[in-house]
Unconditional design. Structure first.
Lengths: 233, 613
């Protein structure tokens, strides 16, 4: 569904992504694992078009989206949930969802606020609350719900567990699993190994802007040396 | 007595209404696009002229009047959309100040175009009987039209509020005001959003322009006079806040109406004092939100001492300049004097703008204060020229220190708009204080002392003083103070963490820049032999900005090259054409589009690239 070939991205003169290649199959959850600064967020930002890649190709479905404007990429069915969540703090929950709304896609059931409130019951109880008056966990759920309103075929989740209390992380894992069951393909960037391996089908390890390992979750668990190089001190 | 008060209050409120219409458009456009649109005043002016063309052809009855006003609104909305699509769209990524400058280029072009289409005379609208009628309130007679205007303000506020809170478009606008990148990542095409916002803002400006006709006329001064007031309103109300703009309009409108009765000369100062008071208590305006702390990107080019090659070039240029009088005529000598003054003026602005990170849009205030101080010292107090040259930087520096105390607490466009407003107020004071300054007639006969009356001697004096002062600025820039200042500019938080007081550093830089500009102003006064309010006009501030931006803020050589190039080109332009505004405006537009880094900045990059290759 998503096919990234040899993606390079620069910030000024700094060469951040040095040839990222990865594939995401329809319906799967792929987790991008790596330390701070390895290039996880930059990969996702390059995919949605917020950062313009300097080289490489991104194919989404049958379409090449490299270098397209973010709004065009989002309309093509790629959803993005940023690490900082970027909730519209002056807007209510319902208004935040409205900003994310895009026309339904043929062949897929459309997300409605009601369906999203079933997925994130907390949100349903605070429809008129301002985004700025919500806790971090609630904002994270709203950020995901807002992106789902665009009926994405694939959603990019940037560290959804970051800074959240363990019990909220648990809820988040449930929600992501539920999303997956409803047919959304997910590309997840994470540092929380436990959280990530609970919900993902496959993992790709990123280090200094390159994919250094790809494989299934069981394979990752079977290779403690790899886990040490990725996250060990 | 009571009825006079009532009439005055109602006059103030009706003035507040049109002020609000203009400010609301300005603030919504800023909120979404982050562009401070100087040319918003031009849209207001075009609204008045377009309205005049339509309304003066219609019967003088209420219904045709309404129809004509609506037609004007539609025409201006269309024009605003065109302006956005053809021009402004290209500069969204440019630095704020270049955007401001760019839209000022549009102002200049529109001024000449308007004059070409409608002629130089004021165009009053023949008013129908109903527009001249009065309503009795108690024992006061209030013009009916004032009451209509008073009602339109809140009606537009309510309509805007409904539009912004009850429609999907409004929700998108409010979301984009906060985080337009995220809105794009959610699949919303910003371009269409921006165009529609511009159309709305331009339509409101057109409405205000057309509605101003029955109480006045369409004239060529209305663009700059309304934009200054609108800037003040938008800053006081809080950038991006429509209700804030409403509150501030009422505050300023009523204040002006009463001020004219009580203390005509002090009205402008009063407005400024109120603005200062509001900003000291609420730095983001009445209903504004804190601006996101904008850490300057690390890619900003460092200001470095010039390369040896450039230094030799500078020295050669200086020797050439000093020797020039021996082989040029009187006209070129006066151009050279002007260039030397411009060099110091631009270097002073660069000092606070580049290393200080404070982009002033009203640097002419200090230039003009210096010029008036010197003129009054020699004419009013009969002091020698040397005293005048000393008093000028002292007075300008003191004024900058006073004004700077609170202005350095602001940043970015707030600072640019406030410095502009301050310069306008200084301009108005000099214009109105006829007894002291001669008003529009200026102060004449400000000639140099006996020993410097010779054009040659005075040129050498000017060159020496300006070069020395510029070198002092350069020395400060590369002294620890200069490094601390740049540190505070690049990251206020980190500077604070190592014990630097950013506010005090900026205050000092602001004061120094003011004093240096004051010296430049006094030299200009003696060189011209007279001082006029034009010394403080917006266009003079823009001159300085153009010089710095033309040269590039990234190097100390920038403002110097810019000043020389600009003065030379401008004098040629004045010789060549009457339509200098249109030519200058178009040049600004083209230059900003072509060289977003300034000429020297671009040349420097090419030079570096050449060396790397």
């Amino acid at each position: 569904m998503l096919d990234v070939q040899d993606l390079h991205t620069h910030y000024g003169r700094a060469h951040i992504l040095q040839g990222i290649s990865l594939q995401v199959a329809p319906g799967e959850v792929l987790v991008l694992l790596g330390r701070n600064g390895a290039g996880k967020s930059t990969t996702l930002k390059s995919l949605i078009g917020l950062v313009r890649p300097t080289a490489g190709r991104i194919r989404f479905g049958t379409e090449y989206i490299t270098g397209h404007e973010p709004h065009a990429i989002a309309r093509a069915g790629l959803g993005y949930v940023p690490e900082e969540r970027r909730i519209f703090t002056d807007l209510t929950v319902m208004e935040n969802l409205e900003v994310g709304r895009l026309p339904p896609r043929p062949g897929l059931p459309a997300w409605t606020p009601e369906r999203l409130f079933a997925l994130f019951p907390n949100l349903g109880e605070m429809r008129t609350r301002l985004g700025g008056r919500m806790s971090g966990g609630e904002q994270q759920m709203l950020a995901i719900a807002r992106t789902l309103m665009g009926n994405p075929r694939l959603i990019l989740l940037d560290e959804p567990s970051e800074g959240l209390a363990p019990i909220i992380v648990e809820q988040m894992a449930h929600a992501i699993t539920a999303m997956k069951r409803q047919g959304v393909t997910i590309l997840l960037a994470e540092q929380n190994l436990h959280f990530a391996t609970n919900i993902a089908d496959r993992a790709a390890a990123i280090e200094r802007g390159r994919i250094v390992w790809t494989g299934t979750i069981p394979a990752l668990h079977a290779d403690p040396a790899l886990r040490d190089t990725l996250f060990g001190a | 007595m009571l009825s006079t008060l009532l009439v005055q209050l109602l006059t103030g409120l009706s003035g507040a209404s049109s002020l609000f219409l203009v400010s609301a458009g300005l603030t919504v456009i800023f909120g979404v696009t982050r562009v401070v649109n100087f040319s918003h005043g031009s849209l207001y002016m075009l609204g008045a002229y377009t309205g005049w063309s339509i309304l003066s052809r219609l019967p003088r009855e209420p219904l045709p009047f309404i129809l004509g006003v609506l037609l004007t609104v539609a025409a201006l909305a269309l024009l605003g959309a065109l302006l956005e699509r053809l021009l402004l769209r290209r500069i969204y990524a440019a630095p704020e100040l270049l955007q401001l400058l760019f839209t000022f280029g549009v102002v200049l072009v529109v001024q000449d175009a308007t004059q070409a289409i409608w002629g130089p005379n004021d165009l009053p609208l023949p008013r129908g009987r109903w527009l001249r009628s009065f309503v009795e309130i108690g024992d006061a007679r209030v013009p009916l039209y004032d009451l209509i205007l008073i009602a339109i303000g809140p009606a537009v506020l309510a309509a805007l509020w409904l539009l912004l809170t009850r429609t999907r478009w409004g929700t998108l606008i409010r979301a984009a005001t906060q985080d337009r990148e995220m809105v794009a990542a959610l699949g919303v095409d910003q371009k269409r959003l921006f165009t529609s916002v511009f159309a709305l803002g331009a339509g409101l400006a057109g409405l205000a322009g057309a509605l101003s006709l029955p109480d006045g006329s369409a004239n060529l001064q209305m663009d700059l006079s309304i934009i200054t007031d609108a800037f003040v309103v938008v800053v006081v109300g809080g950038l991006g806040s429509v209700p804030g703009a409403f509150l501030a309009s009422i505050l300023i409108g009523v204040l002006q109406a009463f001020g004219i009765v009580v203390l005509p000369q002090a009205t402008l100062v009063l407005v400024f004092v109120i603005m200062a008071a509001v900003l000291v208590v609420r730095p983001n305006g009445l209903l504004g939100r804190p601006q996101a702390i904008r850490e300057n990107p690390a890619s900003t080019t460092l200001i470095r001492p010039a390369e040896p090659a450039l230094r030799w070039l500078g020295l050669a240029a200086l020797i050439l300049a000093a020797a020039a009088p021996l082989f040029v005529g009187p006209f070129l000598l006066s151009v050279l004097t002007e260039m030397a003054v411009a060099m110091l003026f631009a270097a002073a602005l660069h000092f606070m703008m580049g290393p200080g990170g404070m982009a002033s849009f009203g640097h002419a205030a200090w230039f003009g204060l210096g010029a008036y101080a010197a003129a009054l010292a020699v004419k009013g107090l009969a002091l020698p020229m040397t005293a005048g040259l000393l008093i000028a930087p002292l007075l300008a520096g003191t004024a900058a220190a006073l004004f700077g105390w609170f202005v350095v607490r602001l940043s970015g466009v707030y600072l640019a708009m406030l410095t502009l407003a301050f310069a306008q107020i200084v301009w108005a004071v000099m214009f109105q204080a006829v007894d002291l300054t001669g008003g529009d007639n200026g102060i004449l006969g400000v000639w140099p002392a006996q020993w410097a009356t010779d054009r040659l001697v005075f040129y050498w004096l000017t060159l020496a003083l300006c070069t020395a002062a510029t070198l002092v600025l350069r020395t400060i820039l590369y002294a620890p103070f200069g490094y601390a200042l740049r540190g505070a500019r690049d990251s206020e938080l980190r500077a604070a963490a190592i014990g630097l007081d950013a506010t005090r550093l900026r205050h000092a830089a602001f004061t120094i820049a003011g004093a240096a500009a004051g010296l430049a102003g006094s030299l200009a006064a003696f060189s011209k032999g007279s001082v006029f309010p034009g010394f403080i006009a917006i266009s003079r501030s823009v001159d300085a900005l153009l010089m710095v931006l033309l040269g590039g803020v990234q190097s100390m050589a920038g403002p110097i090259v810019g000043a020389i190039a600009y003065t030379g080109l401008f004098d040629l332009l004045l010789l060549a054409t009457d339509q200098w505004r249109a030519v200058l405006g178009l040049s600004i537009i083209v230059l900003v589009l072509a060289f977003p880094q300034g000429i020297a900045g671009t040349a420097h990059r090419l030079w570096l690239r050449g060396k790397e290759a």
